[in-house]
Ligand binder design. Structure first.
Ligand SMILES: Cc1cc2nc3c(=O)[nH]c(=O)nc-3n(C[C@H](O)[C@H](O)[C@H](O)COP(=O)(O)O)c2cc1C
Length: 321
């Protein structure tokens, strides 16, 4: 990782206080990563200590872990669309025990608080994950990935307000750590699901996860992806993300972490203006692992250009009117 040009750009950073409080955590700035889009352990293996000295996220959100080890989906797992990426990675992970033994010690070394993303096909599975990671001092927060079917009902939890509320109510007593519910965009009314999550005890919500999508092989006309379909991310979903964040932020009083296609400081500013307290960078990090650093610098410049010296408490749109 060559640091020289970035440091020159960094020295011209506008003087602005980007710090904020999120779920009781004091953060240097509002740029997080989207779960599953930045492999901090592999990055440290490739770039060494440079990753720590220029770590671009104020919280690190882990890849989603499940109770048991998962191999993930068969290849192909990625398909590039105009302005987007369809992935069907399928949550490969070491399971709870493997995560605690192997990944947690590595992730704890990062210079940012750790949020662990968890998902299970049953309430009992979620409970085991929340209790397992919740008992670790190194874990600052837990993100519940509810884009999963409940094996008992067959319903995708995050598509159903009642299922989401019941899950949160069951998990809330199991940990004192902040619970962030990661909403799916693949439902009729994400704001109703967000309200249900908050009624169940969620401390914050994050959105959007990927949009269900399919690509066909141009020759065979069979599905390109090994799993048949996947989830779309990147700039292609930015306008949908902005709309859903705006609706959700208007419906709940807890912090909203906005994501979906953020590629620039202007995109981050738009998300904050829509009511997000913080934003997450996902697909952009695949093309440039330091995209989040650039986005933070651009956001600072955008705010400075508007005469602000710190992040406003209220959504930016209402600040300027
Ligand atoms: C390759 C890939 C893997 C992802 N893995 C996860 C995951 O494990 N858990 C999760 O909650 N979201 C996952 N996501 C969704 C992102 O965290 C994010 O919500 C979504 O990509 C939208 O943001 P973006 O357009 O900036 O990428 C993944 C996205 C991509 C592209």
């Amino acid at each position: 990782m060559n640091t020289a040009p970035q440091q020159r750009r960094g020295s011209a950073t506008p003087r602005i206080d980007l710090s904020l409080e999120l779920c009781g955590l004091r953060l240097a700035h509002p740029i997080l990563n989207g779960s599953g889009t930045f492999d901090a352990i592999a990055a440290r293996r490739a770039f060494g200590e440079a990753v720590d000295s220029r770590f671009p996220f104020s919280i690190f959100v882990s890849k989603t872990i499940t109770p048991e080890l998962r191999a993930g989906n068969p290849p192909a797992r990625l398909y590039e669309t105009p302005s987007g990426l369809i992935n069907s990675i399928g949550l490969p992970n070491k399971g709870l025990d493997g995560f605690l033994a192997q990944d947690l010690p590595e992730l704890t070394r990062l210079p940012a608080p750790l949020c662990v993303s968890v998902m299970a096909p049953s309430r009992e599975g979620f409970a085991a994950l929340v209790e397992g990671v919740g008992s670790c001092d190194e874990v600052a927060a837990i993100e519940l990935n509810v884009s999963c079917p409940n094996v008992k009902s067959g319903l995708i939890v995050g598509e159903q307000p009642a299922e989401t509320q019941a899950l949160c109510e069951a998990l809330r007593p199991l940990t004192g750590k902040p619970l962030i519910v990661k909403l799916t965009p693949n439902c009729a009314d994400p704001a109703a699901v967000a309200e249900a999550a908050v009624s169940g005890g969620a401390d914050a919500v994050s959105l959007i996860n990927t949009l269900r999508a399919t690509a066909l092989h141009p020759g065979t006309l069979e599905p390109w992806l090994g799993a048949g379909s996947g989830g779309l991310s990147g700039p292609a979903i930015a306008a949908i993300a902005l709309d859903q964040v705006r609706r959700v932020a208007a419906a709940v009083s807890v912090p909203v972490i906005g994501m979906g296609g953020i590629e620039s400081g202007a995109d981050a500013l738009a998300m904050l203006s829509a009511g997000a307290t913080a934003v997450a960078v996902g697909t952009a990090s695949f093309r440039d692992p330091l995209a989040a650093e650039r986005i933070r610098l651009e956001l600072a410049a955008e705010l400075t250009g508007r005469g602000l010296e710190r992040l406003p408490d209220r959504p930016l749109a209402s600040t300027s009117s």
